[in-house]
Design a protein around this ligand. Structure first.
Ligand SMILES: C[S@@+](CC[C@H](N)C(=O)[O-])C[C@H]1O[C@@H](n2cnc3c(N)ncnc32)[C@H](O)[C@@H]1O
Length: 255
């Protein structure tokens, strides 16, 4: 079934970045997903089409007003329901949630309909979050100027997991963090030429021996995960062969 992604944003044009290019564009063409943007300004209630106002209590910046946001949300939900989504979920992208991981992306990708609420300025009126938001998601512990890039990051990460969207069906399975590689980082990749800048491709990759190549790649994936993200190795149960490799890698790195 086509995934339905709606976005509440003041800057719909930004979404051309995922609608017009690469894997996400291919997914759109193949109807793996569908995108519709809703501009809160079109739902503004006063003559000036205001969508923001000064914060109660004072302080810098502006806050996005509840009325245009909730009216835009109502329209987006209604449209998704008309498109056959039983219960669209409203996601507020915010730096104040726990940063999302690969597992979170996979869970989000199971939803048939999502509506992303993109804040700007100081953010949105808290009452909208309390009354209308199902889920708050952050893409990392830093602050962006607006939610659009965050929503695009989430959509891109989900769309590439949808069946048939990636050219080679295996690639998402073998990517870093994926359950298909036990949550490890990906192994290093090489392509032509065989020698570049005085550096040769590791000989095993030229051997044609697939068992050896698989073993080398597994070792590389374990070693780089150990070096760069040892936290990803914690709490996992490894088979005998992996345990042996990890022991070797630990010894090597101590030297
Ligand atoms: C300038 S930020 C507001 C930051 C807010 N005053 C705070 O300190 O938490 C404007 C909007 O960008 C989005 N945003 C910023 N950083 C984000 C992040 N790390 N992940 C997801 N969305 C983010 C949110 O939608 C937010 O409402």
């Amino acid at each position: 079934m086509t995934k339905h992604y709606g976005v509440i944003t003041l800057f719909a044009e930004m979404f051309d970045a995922i609608a017009d290019f690469g894997v996400t564009r291919r997914g759109l063409d193949e109807k793996a997903w569908q995108l519709q943007c809703w501009n809160p300004r079109d739902f503004a209630v006063n003559a000036y089409k205001s969508i923001d106002d000064r914060p109660y209590g004072g302080g810098p910046g502006m806050v996005m007003m509840a009325e245009p946001l909730t009216a835009a949300l109502d329209a987006a939900v209604k449209q998704q329901v008309a498109n056959g989504v039983v219960k669209p979920k409203v996601v507020y992208v915010t730096p104040q949630a726990k940063p999302i991981t690969d597992a979170g992306i996979r869970e989000l990708a199971t939803e048939d309909g999502l509506i992303f609420l993109c804040g700007r300025y100081e953010g949105i009126d808290e009452r909208v979050i309390e009354s209308r938001v199902d889920l708050e998601v952050s893409i990392g512990d830093y602050v962006l100027s607006g939610g659009e890039l965050a929503a695009m990051v989430l959509i891109d990460a989900m769309v590439r997991l949808l069946p048939g969207v990636l050219g080679d069906g295996q690639s998402a399975v073998e990517d870093s963090f994926s359950p298909g590689r036990d949550g490890l980082l990906d192994h290093p990749h090489y392509t032509r030429p065989e020698s570049w800048n005085g550096e040769a491709v590791p000989p095993v990759l030229m051997s044609g021996d697939h068992a050896k190549i698989d073993a080398w790649r597994r070792r590389q994936a374990l070693a780089r995960t150990f070096e760069r993200r040892a936290d990803l190795l914690e709490g996992k149960s490894w088979n005998k062969q992996d345990l042996k490799l990890l022991e070797e890698i630990r010894r090597e790195q101590k030297k």
